[in-house]
Design a protein around this ligand. Structure first.
Ligand SMILES: [Zn+2]
Length: 128
């Protein structure tokens, strides 16, 4: 049974968000059985959050942010296997909203990605 809306079937999954700022790192996680609708909503919210604020410290950039994104992708695969949930008994269901690629905040991730690319390219050029 989904922990948010009470609908079933639900999968036992954990979604994570990571926030990496220069001197501050934060981890957030939401675990528990979730139906397809709520699981997708949590996945999109936490993944978009990570794409936006997950990159701004060295450890975050190379370790925690990619790890968080990969783990969320594995978790959402479990949720997407479920059929649409039956009526919920606990209350309103989360609204999955628009896909991640249609959320402007997700594109903040392009900044560190381009920066890393830039460092690699200048490193290669400088070393040659
Ligand atoms: Zn649910």
């Amino acid at each position: 049974m989904c922990r948010f809306c009470g609908g079933s079937p639900a999968a036992d999954v954990t979604f994570r968000a990571h926030r990496g700022l220069v001197l501050f790192m934060g981890f957030k996680k939401m675990a528990g059985p979730m139906c397809m609708t709520c699981g997708l909503a949590v996945h999109r919210a936490l993944t978009t959050h990570t794409l936006c604020v997950g990159w701004w410290s060295p450890f975050s950039l190379f370790v925690f942010a990619p790890l968080t994104l990969v783990r969320n992708l594995l978790a959402v695969r479990e949720v997407k296997k479920l059929p649409a949930p039956g009526p919920g008994t606990l209350g309103p269901r989360y609204d999955p909203g628009v896909p991640i690629h249609r959320r402007p905040r997700a594109y903040v991730a392009l900044v560190p990605a381009l920066w890393v690319l830039f460092m690699i390219v200048t490193g290669l050029v400088g070393g040659a």
